[in-house]
Design a protein around this ligand. Structure first.
Ligand SMILES: [Zn+2]
Length: 224
């Protein structure tokens, strides 16, 4: 499908309804009620809109403007999801320390680092644009993961058990860690809490990985 071909809306009306809800939630008074998932779907929606502006004919949005706008989008929504996650974990925004902010900063830079390649892929005539929704979901999932990491930090240093179904494929590292319980800081020190492109796992913790971190005492899923 070429760039100027009629582009099927990648964001369904359900998504648009959700986005409206997110906009209201994030307005001001209701901000405290927004969840990590709300923020992730808000980001997903905005990213989808920018992609549509890039891919529609008529140069509505140039590639360089697209890159700039998406990088800003990542920065803004990452900060938002970090704060919402922090509050979901029972933390006070005033208590966020510099090493917590470093987590946010690292995520932002890393994700922004994928934007140029992504825009090249989007505008490459050889690309199968049917894959766009999956790619957008992946960006949103990474955003969700940041919110969950912030939430876990705000909970203190909880003991987390790595567990879950093996699914169709399960890598060596997932097999090794499965069933193990350690403090969040233990997992973090080994850089194991990140999803989508985590080099410390054979599966890189993409969608093929069905393992998650569960609160050792309550059993609650803390990080997908
Ligand atoms: Zn794995």
């Amino acid at each position: 499908m070429g760039i100027n071909a009629e582009f099927t809306p990648i964001i369904s009306s359900t998504h648009h309804q959700a986005a409206g809800r997110v906009a209201r939630l994030l307005s001001h008074a209701l901000k405290a009620e927004a969840t990590i998932d709300d923020v992730a779907s808000g980001f997903e929606n905005d990213l989808g809109d920018l992609i549509q502006s890039l891919l529609r004919g008529g140069h509505r949005l140039s590639k360089s403007d697209f890159r700039r706008d998406v990088k800003k989008l990542i920065k803004d929504w990452a900060k938002q999801i970090f704060n919402v996650g922090w509050e979901e974990g029972g933390g006070d925004i005033a208590d966020i320390e510099s090493d917590d902010l470093a987590l946010l900063e690292e995520f932002t830079q890393e994700q922004q680092g994928h934007v140029n390649d992504f825009s090249d892929w989007l505008t490459d005539k050889e690309s199968d644009l049917d894959d766009v929704p999956d790619r957008v979901s992946l960006w949103a999932e990474s955003m969700t993961n940041l919110g969950q990491q912030a939430r876990a930090r705000a909970m203190g240093d909880p003991s987390l058990r790595f567990d879950g179904d093996d699914g169709e494929e399960s890598c060596e590292e997932c097999q090794e860690y499965k069933g193990q319980t350690h403090r969040l800081s233990w997992w973090e020190k080994r850089d194991l809490t990140k999803r989508n492109g985590n080099e410390n796992y054979g599966c890189k913790r993409f969608d093929n990985c069905h393992h998650s971190f569960f609160h050792a005492r309550t059993g609650e899923k803390v990080i997908d």
